[in-house]
Design a protein. Structure first.
Length: 285
């Protein structure tokens, strides 16, 4: 993934409180938190519903243990069983490999590698059932395979809140997520407690709720995505297509990030953020 580059090199806002001998100048040029949050948002937002969708397609008996996957988006059971009513039941764990870049459960043309391990604590369709993801050597890039960002976390826990034939609603918690730059020269952390609505017909996902992180410069930031303006990602699009969030870097004012600057639900790499009445356009690359 290329580093996100701003169309403007920096944002400098000057608010003059008087025209007397002594002027007070307010400068707000903190952009790194917006950049690093977008890096985390896009990939964690893509992999969670994708792996969940693969798990939904897995039959109750699970894949045959140690069989070669017929398709790269097939889960392969590596331990446990799906005999949920058995007194000796062991929660099943599956592996999902992204080794084959030409065949991926996320059809957005991004380059990915690594393995996601999925443990099921009950059938996904059942309310209050849970899934746990662990990412191993997971990397992703937009177009340049030499610029993959490494994504990891302690775990991702998904709880089914409601389910029907058309959509499923989940609570998602990412514990101690981490993004590391292609050369290992920067790190940002990211944790979230959010809700995902997965449309089973269109494959679109909408996400809202809170998150927090520390950018590559060591600055903490907090994020809130209102339920009235959820982040939306289409299955075939690399980027978040729409949604508005409020992000506040430590020591700075809240800024509003709008992912629909190129038009609502348009699959493009354009977004904006606004602070102190000024709006800056940046690209999600």
């Amino acid at each position: 993934m290329k580093s996100i580059k701003f169309i403007v090199a920096a944002l400098v806002i000057m608010a003059f409180t008087s025209c007397h001998k002594k002027e007070t100048v307010e400068v707000d040029n903190e952009t790194q938190s917006v950049v690093d949050n977008a890096i985390a948002e896009q990939e964690f937002m893509a992999v969670i519903p994708a792996v969940n969708g693969v798990a939904i397609k897995t039959k109750g008996t699970g894949a045959e243990k140690n069989r070669p996957a017929a398709e790269c988006d097939s889960l392969r059971i590596i331990s446990g069983d799906t005999l949920y009513s058995s007194p000796t039941h062991v929660h099943p764990t599956y592996s999902l490999s992204f080794a084959n870049a030409t065949c991926s459960p996320i059809p957005d043309a991004k380059i990915r590698e690594g393995v996601v391990f999925v443990t099921l604590y009950g059938k996904i369709k059942n309310d209050n059932s849970r899934m746990k993801f662990i990412m191993q050597n997971y990397k992703a890039a937009n177009v340049d395979a030499g610029k993959k960002i490494t994504y990891s976390c302690d775990s991702i826990v998904i709880k089914t809140i409601s389910s029907d034939a058309n959509e499923r609603l989940f609570n998602v918690i990412v514990y101690k997520g981490k993004c590391v730059g292609p050369a290992g020269n920067w790190t940002t952390t990211y944790s979230t407690n959010r809700f995902i609505r997965h449309n089973l017909n269109t494959k679109d996902v909408q996400i809202w709720g809170t998150s927090e992180g520390v950018n590559r410069e060591g600055r903490k930031f907090n994020v809130n995505v209102p339920a009235t303006s959820p982040l939306t990602k289409h299955e075939n699009c690399q980027f978040i297509s729409s949604g508005i969030l409020q992000l506040t870097p430590e020591g700075f004012k809240e800024r509003t990030v709008d992912y629909a600057s190129g038009g609502a639900d348009v699959c493009d790499d354009a977004a904006t953020f606004s602070v102190n009445g000024n709006t800056v356009t940046f690209t999600l690359k």
